[in-house]
Design a protein around this ligand. Structure first.
Ligand code: ZN
Ligand code: FE
Length: 258
C-alpha cells in the first residue's frame, strides 16, 4: 500500500510523492517534479530517501526539478521516449511496466499523446498519474497533437475502472467545473461536485485525487457523445459538429477562451 502525498509547486502544480503507507520503509518516489525545492524539503522533513522519478511529459513545470534531484541522489528517471526529459534513464512507451522495488509498486505505461507528442500516464494500485492530459473535470490543452489524438487518449483513460484515483498535474478543478457547468448546465452530479470542490478549496485542501467514475459523470471532455455536450458544441460552433472529435475540438477551443 502506498500513501500518495501532494506537494504544491509553483502556482497550481502538484508533485505527487509516493511512499509506503505503513511508513516503515523510508523510500519515496516522485511524479513530475517541476521544481526540486518542495521535494527536497519534504524528503528531509520526513527522513525519506528518493528511489525513483516518474515524468509524464517534457514541460518545464513537470521536469524542471529533475536535474537537481538526481544530482543529490542518483535514481532511475522514467519518462516518455521521444521527449526531451532531463536525466532520463528509462524511456517508456505504451504497454511497458515499471517497477519500483523499494516501494513494492508496479505501474503500466499508457501512451496518451495530444497535450504533448509522447505524453504518458502511469497506472497501477488503482491510481492514475496522468500529468496534463486528463484534469479533474477538464483536460489539458492540445499543444503538440491533434484533437483526434487527444480524444483517443482521454477515451483510453476513461476505459479504466470507476474506482481509479486520478492524480493529475494541476489544481484547475474549480475553473474547470465552472466551464463544465456552461457546457452541461443541468447535470446534478456536476452541481454536487462543485459544492464539494468549493468546500475543499475554502479549507485550503486539494480537490484531488478524483475518481474516474466521477470524471465520466461530470467531465465534459469525456462526454463528447452525450447529447447535451453535442448540443452545446453545436451552439458554440453555430453549426453541427460532424463527429465526436469535432465536438471535442469545439469545446476545447471554447474552454481556451472561457
Ligand atoms: Zn504540460
Ligand atoms: Fe503542466
Amino acid at each position: 500500500m502506498l500513501e500518495i502525498v501532494p506537494l504544491p509547486a509553483f502556482q497550481d502544480n502538484y508533485i505527487w510523492t509516493l511512499r509506503a503507507a505503513d511508513r516503515k520503509t523510508r523510500h519515496a518516489a516522485v511524479v513530475d517534479p517541476g521544481e526540486a525545492g518542495p521535494v527536497k524539503e519534504y524528503l528531509a522533513r520526513e527522513g525519506l530517501t528518493l528511489v525513483a522519478i516518474l515524468a509524464t511529459h517534457h514541460h518545464p513545470d513537470h521536469v524542471g526539478g529533475i536535474a537537481e534531484l538526481v544530482a543529490m541522489t542518483k535514481v532511475p528517471v522514467f519518462g516518455p521516449k521521444g521527449e526531451p526529459i532531463p536525466a532520463l534513464t528509462h524511456p517508456v512507451g505504451q504497454g511497458d511496466k515499471i517497477e519500483i522495488g523499494a516501494l513494492a509498486a508496479e505501474f503500466s505505461v499508457l501512451e496518451i499523446p495530444g497535450h504533448t507528442r509522447a505524453h504518458v500516464a502511469y497506472y497501477g494500485l488503482e491510481s492514475l498519474f496522468c500529468g496534463d492530459t486528463l484534469f479533474a473535470c477538464g483536460c489539458g490543452r492540445v499543444f503538440e497533437g491533434t484533437a483526434e489524438q487527444m480524444l483517443a487518449s482521454l477515451t483510453k483513460l476513461a476505459a479504466l475502472p470507476d474506482a481509479t484515483k486520478v492524480y493529475c498535474g494541476h489544481e484547475y478543478t474549480l475553473a474547470n467545473i465552472k466551464f463544465a457547468r456552461a457546457v452541461d448546465p443541468h447535470n446534478s452530479e456536476l452541481a454536487a461536485r462543485e459544492e464539494r470542490a468549493k468546500k475543499l478549496r475554502a479549507a485550503g485542501k486539494p480537490t484531488l485525487p478524483s475518481t474516474l467514475g466521477e470524471e465520466r459523470a461530470t467531465n465534459p471532455f469525456l462526454r463528447c457523445a452525450e447529447p447535451v455536450v453535442v448540443e452545446s458544441a453545436n451552439k458554440y460552433l453555430g453549426a453541427r459538429a460532424a463527429d465526436p472529435a469535432r465536438v471535442f475540438a469545439a469545446i476545447r477551443e471554447w474552454k481556451n477562451g472561457f
